[in-house]
Each structure stands twice: as structure tokens, then as C-alpha cells.
Design a protein around this ligand. Structure first.
Ligand code: SF4
Length: 251
């Protein structure tokens, strides 16, 4: 029964202007994730329990409804709680709001199901590393992730989904060589797509050793963006100092 389903919730941001550029969103963070990325900033919600009935979450959505355009499911990995997210997406739709998901791409079949059921208006998908050189395993601590992410990207292509691919850059972990490969792999899958290069925040990283690193500066990220744009991608960058910026390069 609808009223009895619960979601394991890490937090709610009632009104956000930074999670979906151009939209005002109500953001629900769902706990738990199959990955353990070294630079995870949300590691405090990777575990733990805080089960909230969907009807209570929907009360929050309705309260925010007159201020927001959309509900964004984030995490953790929201598709890990597939039953709750599917049901919530359906209920949010009934309220006339848009739905987006921020996913790490670990669940291609679940993503496909939501897209086929027309429950997603936007997908923000992490492409954390090149898909073919083993670095995915090093960053996420889990085997076989790259193949799943590739399958999710194929789903997005087949379903003609509105999506953005997001890479978090981190000195010594995901830098020039990795961004170059990822951009080229995105080009070979999609021809072109929107690609967001996001500044990793060492001070917030799960792995203590990474906290000693220096974040890439905006200028350094601009150089990475220029390189990605040469692969025919529409590039955006996201930094702490300037937020999200859409770039256009004359190449
Ligand atoms: S996929 Fe996201 S939430 Fe999960 S561990 Fe990695 S950075 Fe954290």
C-alpha cells in the first residue's frame, strides 16, 4: 500500500537553486550507496537508518510546491531504494512537478525502467573515471562499476534521455588524462552531450589522505573544460567560488 512505503532519508533541502540549473528544486537525499568513492562528500549518509513514510515526504513536497519546479532525488545513490524512488516519482508527477535523479550509474536496469515509465525529466549521471582503464575501481572501491556506468550511458542514449554527465576532478586522482579520456568516450557514445566538470572539495572528502590535497582552481578547471570541448561536448564547470558556469569556446 502506498502509505506504508518508507524511504531511508539522509536529508531534505526544501528549496535549492543549485541542483538543477535553471530550475528551483526540492531535493531529497536518500541514504546508502553501493560505492565508497574516496572523495565522497556525503559519506555521513552512506550508512545509517532514518526511515520516513512516503506520505510524510510528499507533505514536504506539497509544502514546497508553490516555490519549486521540480523534485530532485540525490544521495547516496537514490536508485538503491528503487521502490521508494519509483513511487515518489509517480506521486511527484501527480503534483505536476518535474523529476530529476542524481545517480552514479550503478543500476542501468532501474534507470531504464524509470525512463520507460516516463518518470524522469532529467538525469545527472556521474562519469567518475575512464570506462576502460581500471581507475573506476580505484576511486570507488568496488569492482565492475565501469561496465555498469557504460550500460547506464547506453540506456540514456537509447531512451533519448535529457541528461548531463558529471565528472568530479581531484588532483592526483581524476585530472587531465582522465578528463581527456572520459570526454572522448562520451563523444564516441553520444556524438555530443552536456558534460559538467565539477571541482572536488578536498576538505570534505571521505578519505583523510585526500584532505591534504589542494583543490583544482577555476583556471585549471577551465583548461580541462577547453580540452573536453574539443571533443564536441557542451561543457559546464562547477566550482565553489563561481557555482555553475556554462562555457562556450571558440576552437
Ligand atoms: S557514488 Fe556518490 S554518494 Fe556514493 S560514495 Fe560515491 S560520491 Fe558518495
Amino acid at each position: 500500500m502506498k502509505g506504508e512505503v518508507k524511504a531511508n532519508v539522509g536529508g531534505v533541502v526544501h528549496v535549492s537553486t543549485v541542483d538543477w540549473r535553471g530550475k528551483v528544486a526540492h531535493v531529497i537525499f536518500l541514504r546508502s550507496c553501493p560505492l565508497r568513492c574516496l572523495y565522497c562528500q556525503n559519506y555521513k549518509i552512506l550508512e545509517g537508518k532514518n526511515y520516513v513514510p512516503l506520505k510524510e515526504l510528499m507533505r514536504g513536497v506539497r509544502d514546497a510546491k508553490f516555490l519549486v519546479d521540480a523534485v530532485v532525488f540525490s544521495g547516496g545513490e537514490p536508485l538503491m531504494q528503487f521502490a521508494a524512488v519509483s513511487e515518489l516519482a509517480r506521486l511527484v508527477r501527480e503534483e505536476g512537478l518535474l523529476v530529476a535523479v542524481q545517480t552514479n550509474g550503478f543500476y542501468p536496469e532501474r534507470l531504464e525502467k524509470l525512463l520507460k515509465e516516463k518518470l524522469l525529466d532529467k538525469v545527472f549521471i556521474d562519469v567518475k573515471a575512464p570506462l576502460d582503464d581500471g581507475s573506476y575501481e580505484r576511486i570507488t572501491g568496488v569492482k565492475g562499476v565501469a561496465a555498469r556506468v557504460r550500460a547506464s550511458l547506453e540506456v540514456l542514449r537509447r531512451e533519448n534521455a535529457d541528461f548531463e554527465a558529471v565528472t568530479t576532478v581531484f588532483r592526483g586522482l581524476v585530472a587531465e588524462a582522465e578528463v581527456k579520456k572520459i570526454a572522448s568516450q562520451l563523444r564516441s557514445i553520444f556524438g555530443s552531450c552536456t558534460y559538467v566538470i565539477q571541482q572536488g572539495r578536498p576538505e570534505l572528502a571521505m578519505d583523510e589522505r585526500l584532505r591534504r590535497e589542494k583543490a583544482f582552481s577555476r583556471d585549471e578547471i577551465l583548461e580541462l573544460a577547453k580540452m573536453a570541448a574539443s571533443e564536441n561536448l557542451k561543457v559546464k564547470i562547477r566550482t565553489k567560488e563561481h557555482g555553475e558556469e556554462v562555457l562556450s569556446f571558440k576552437l
